[in-house]
Design a protein around this ligand. Structure first.
Ligand code: RFL
Ligand code: PHB
Length: 400
């Protein structure tokens, strides 16, 4: 079997890249380890930057998002009995974010792919990338007990943090930067009216909490929990009780509760693999970098990688310009590091690090530094603007 671009992984990165390439007449095949149903069952991101919204429109998959997604012009930070609204649009000259779940983005992309008729292999096992350094790379995998060989010109590794693509870059070529945080996020999804009409990020003595949403009738909440906590320990009642303790009093008092639809614990990590390309193989999204979710940047960074790779491959196939290929990693990493820094900073400011030493600083001193940081940035308009500019997302870089 033959294609121009083999895409490993049918998460949002792989599907969006496939859709954009198909629109330019570039043939692609996606190989995914699990089923489509399983991919849709993973509840993740909820906040889309303008850049990603525009890219989804360009890909022709924005119809439902434009109808059902909610444009948010602000987010709140709550701490020390204070609530500070970051007026995203006013502070940035009109930029906003879109609240529309990753599950829905993925569903829209899956439907568009079905319509376009491009091939996707779900439930492919033993996926391997071969000869990625040559002009004739190929992917091998097993499907329904049969071995398949997929010859291609380029491979896009869109297979997430635990995928195989990153492993094809030899250890002496790549550097992996990592920070693992001493806590996780326990998330709960429920068909209840959101506690507030905007997102509230709450720093409290009991730990961090986030009130988010998917629609006017569906809420998404998170609690900072110790990494040792198991999901079985958290009944819905226990979750709601703890959430009410961490949300601002008036919000907690009027909050609607109900049975959970999904509940899961995610560890928090900052991770970057450099470089993001090796020969004719490109890493895209979570395969190359992970951010803690506090800045709502993971999916958005994946989208900006997709935008860069799509522009490069379009130029390769339409203009025959192969020189632009080498820019991929450099262009992506500049934006990735900004997203990493912002997510790390927000995580440090908003979470309780307990008694763990942080960055060589004892926990109490670190906590004072972060309190001061939070007050400093929220007390004046310039500080709030710095937060707003990064929350709505930095502009995409053009390729040369
Ligand atoms: P994904 O979504 O992990 O998809 C990778 C796909 O590759 C498949 N795969 C393989 N396929 C073939 N062969 C193999 N060997 C394979 N190994 C794996 C997997 O099955 C999967 O289908 O990566 P992708 O596409 O790069 O997308 C990245 C996003 O999913 C991620 O960055 C975001 O969800 C992060 N994130 C958030 N991002 C935001 O921009 N805004 C948010 O508000 C936000 N909130 C979040 C988040 C992530 C969270 N969790 C659970 C980590 C909230 C949470 C709780
Ligand atoms: C979400 O709604 O899932 C969400 C929103 C904002 C974040 C992280 C997750 O920072």
């Amino acid at each position: 079997m033959k294609t121009q671009v083999a895409i490993i992984g049918a998460g949002p990165s792989g599907l969006l890249l496939g859709q954009l390439l198909s629109k330019q007449g570039i043939d692609n095949i996606i190989v995914e380890r699990v089923s489509g149903e399983y991919v849709l069952g993973r509840i993740r991101a909820g906040v889309l930057e303008q850049g990603m919204v525009d890219l989804l429109r360009e890909a022709g998959v924005s119809e439902r998002m434009d109808r059902e997604g909610e444009v948010h012009t602000g987010v709140e930070l709550a701490f020390n009995d204070k609530r500070v609204r970051i007026a995203l649009d006013e502070l940035t000259g009109g930029d906003t974010v879109m609240v529309y779940g990753q599950t829905e983005v993925t569903r829209d992309l899956m439907e568009a792919r079905q319509t376009s008729g491009q091939t996707t292999f779900y439930e492919a096992s033993n996926v391997q990338l071969n000869d990625v350094k040559t002009d004739a790379p190929y992917v091998t995998f097993e499907k329904n007990g049969e071995s398949v060989r997929l010859d291609c010109e380029f491979i896009a590794g869109c297979d997430g943090f635990h995928g195989v693509s990153r492993k094809t870059i030899p250890d002496d070529v790549k550097t992996e930067h990592e920070r693992v945080y001493p806590f996780g996020w326990l998330g709960l999804l429920s068909d209840t009216k959101p506690a507030h009409d905007e997102l509230i990020y709450c720093k409290t003595d009991r730990g961090f909490a986030l009130a988010s949403m998917r629609s006017a009738t569906r809420s998404r909440y998170y609690l900072q929990v110790p990494l040792t906590d198991k999901i079985e320990q958290w009944s819905d009642d226990a979750f709601w009780t703890e959430l009410k303790r961490r949300l601002p009093t008036d919000v907690a008092a009027s909050m609607e509760t109900g049975p959970s639809i999904e509940k899961s614990i995610a560890p928090l990590r900052s991770f970057v693999c450099e470089p993001m390309q090796y020969g004719n193989m490109f890493l895209v999204g979570d395969a190359a970098h992970i951010v803690p979710p506090t800045g709502a940047k993971g999916l958005n960074l994946a989208a900006s990688d997709v935008a860069t790779l799509y522009k490069i491959l379009t130029r390769v196939y339409q203009d025959g310009d192969r020189d632009c290929i080498n820019q991929y990693s450099e262009v992506c990493l500049r934006r990735v590091w900004h997203g990493e820094r912002f997510s790390w900073w927000m995580t440090n400011m908003m979470h309780d690090f307990g008694n763990v030493e942080v960055n060589g600083t004892d926990s109490q001193t670190f906590s004072r530094f972060m309190e001061s940081e939070l007050n400093f940035y929220t007390d004046n308009e310039e500080g709030r603007r710095v937060i707003a500019m990064q929350y709505v997302g930095l502009p995409y870089e053009e390729i040369k």
